[in-house]
Design a protein around this ligand. Structure first.
Ligand SMILES: NC(=O)c1ccc[n+]([C@@H]2O[C@H](COP(=O)([O-])OP(=O)(O)OC[C@H]3O[C@@H](n4cnc5c(N)ncnc54)[C@H](OP(=O)(O)O)[C@@H]3O)[C@@H](O)[C@H]2O)c1
Length: 253
């Protein structure tokens, strides 16, 4: 069927149990993909699998701390055993424990944020891209942020991991392009999830957003999932190496 544009494809979505990752995983399964969702909390993952049972694509939950290399290796092995090698990888998991004045953030918080937000993506790409290139097809999507494109007070650690994801997107794209593997980043603006509740629950922040953002409201996870579906699909066959901004126009101003 025309709407099952990911039929026969295998996808890995990190952090697929809630928020933006969940919306992406369910959009992919609705488009016929076999989807593996992976994060630390198995209860959230399993709830997403159960909720998605009526969708055309199958879904599997795998426990995984993306900051741990052996967990990432087990995730890829479990994916291959259940559904075959990944055609689509979405690096979506992230943490923001290092928010605050840059001089006060501990080395431990900096290292952990880099491991989860940037190194994990690099490692997962190294674990999955060779088999994508062998088959001559693949789509890798890194969930960055507009925080990786413009500076934010108190955001040194998080923002610099997102800037790292954006640059790795470009480098991988030029290395893999001739072998059929596309690499793109999505930079969301404010999206209503647990991650960002500090902002969207703040009336003052929302007042300013409404006064300045062309689409004057917080975004929803499904509004990022549409961009991910496009980038994962063959409709995006000539699209690689770019950052696709989904921010209600926030940084157009
Ligand atoms: N919401 C926004 O406004 C916004 C804006 C720009 C960019 N983003 C980006 O969008 C992505 C998704 O965020 P979200 O807003 O959907 O937040 P969320 O609902 O809080 O989801 C974060 C996900 O990351 C997973 N995760 C965190 N640490 C992990 C670890 N060590 N290992 C494995 N998984 C881990 C969480 O799962 P577990 O807790 O089960 O591990 C969860 O599924 C992130 O990359 C974030 O930076 C969000």
């Amino acid at each position: 069927m025309a709407d099952k544009i990911l039929a026969g494809r295998t996808a890995i979505v990190t952090g697929g149990g809630r928020g933006i990752g969940k919306a992406i995983a369910q959009r992919f399964a609705a488009a016929g993909a076999s989807v593996v969702i992976a994060s630390r909390k198995m209860d959230k993952l399993q709830a997403t699998v159960d909720e998605s049972k009526g969708l055309p694509g199958r879904m599997l939950a795998v426990p995984c701390h993306v900051g741990r290399k052996d967990d990432l290796e087990k995730l890829v092995a479990a994916t291959e055993a259940e559904f075959g090698p990944a055609d689509i990888l979405v690096n979506n998991s992230a943490t923001n424990i290092g928010q605050g004045p840059a001089l006060e953030v501990s080395d431990e918080a900096i290292l952990k944020t880099y491991e989860v937000n940037a190194l994990a993506a690099m490692r997962l790409i190294r674990l999955t891209a060779p088999k994508m290139m062998e088959r001559g097809r693949g789509s890798i999507i890194n969930i960055a942020s507009i925080a990786g494109l413009r500076p934010q007070t108190g955001g040194l650690v998080y923002s610099s991991t997102k800037a790292a994801l954006i640059m790795m997107t470009r480098v991988w794209a030029i290395e893999f392009g001739a072998r059929g593997v596309r690499v793109n980043a999505i930079a969301p603006g404010l999206i209503q999830t647990d991650f960002s509740e500090f902002f969207w629950k703040d009336e003052g922040y929302m007042g300013e957003l409404k006064a300045n953002q062309p689409i004057p409201r917080v975004g929803q996870p499904g509004e990022v999932a549409g961009m991910a579906l496009f980038l994962a699909s063959d409709d995006a066959s000539y699209v690689t190496g770019h950052v696709h901004i989904v921010d209600g126009g926030a940084i157009a101003r």
